[in-house]
Design a protein around this ligand. Structure first.
Ligand SMILES: [Mg+2]
Length: 204
């Protein structure tokens, strides 16, 4: 029987459900019927840093929402699979395409549709708000809920297990590595704005 630490260090791909994992599970509807979701910015920073550290991230959701595509693009997540009626076949196809073994996979889910893909993965993770059946199957349960830091918690734990946390963070994590947001943070204007203007004003 593998230890929890052995399972954690083996993981190469973390598969995330959306509703109840990346969000609190709430569904909001705009005036034109569009679905709105609330994502956690601290989860976002961890997702960006995970990919930098070589831990790939994928999203598999049973629902479809433009908001998910938008957030995934911000975070540099390429593997986004929405409207997955059969999550297992989606995950198996992904696993084969990427050449990964079941033990290379971690899955974080919160409800019954996630149980089949949790059975495939070498490591099963759950947020605090997961239903009892999912929490029972999980090897590791966050104390934090979906949309409230559960993904941040899980990624920190996975990266610590390979000594890749804390990272040397330069931006606020709101964007993907190549985004303009990160470039502006690297360039320094947002960081130095508190001091530089005063220094320029003083010789006047
Ligand atoms: Mg869910």
């Amino acid at each position: 029987m593998k230890s929890l630490a052995e399972r954690a260090t083996r993981v190469r791909l973390l598969v995330l459900d959306v509703d109840g994992v990346l969000t609190d599970g709430g569904l909001y509807y705009g005036p034109n019927g569009e679905e709105l979701k609330r994502f956690d910015v601290q989860d976002g920073l961890a997702i960006v840093e995970a990919q930098r550290a070589g831990l790939a991230i994928a999203i598999i959701s049973g629902r479809r929402s433009l908001a998910v595509g938008r957030r995934a693009a911000e975070l540099g997540i390429a593997e986004v699979h929405q409207g997955a009626g059969d999550k297992t076949s989606v995950l198996e196809a992904l696993r084969e395409r990427l050449g990964l073994a079941p033990a290379d996979l971690a899955v974080m889910g919160d409800d019954l549709p996630d149980l089949p893909i949790m059975r495939v993965a070498g490591l099963c993770l759950a947020p605090a708000n997961a239903v009892a059946e999912v929490r029972r199957m999980a090897h590791w349960v966050s104390r934090r809920p979906g949309g409230g830091g559960a993904v941040r918690d899980a990624v920190e734990w996975l990266l610590r297990s390979r000594r890749a946390w804390p990272p040397s963070v330069k931006s606020d994590g709101g964007g993907a590595p190549q985004s303009g947001l990160r470039r502006s943070a690297d360039g320094g204007p947002s960081r130095s704005s508190g001091r530089a203007p005063r220094a320029r004003r003083s010789p006047k």
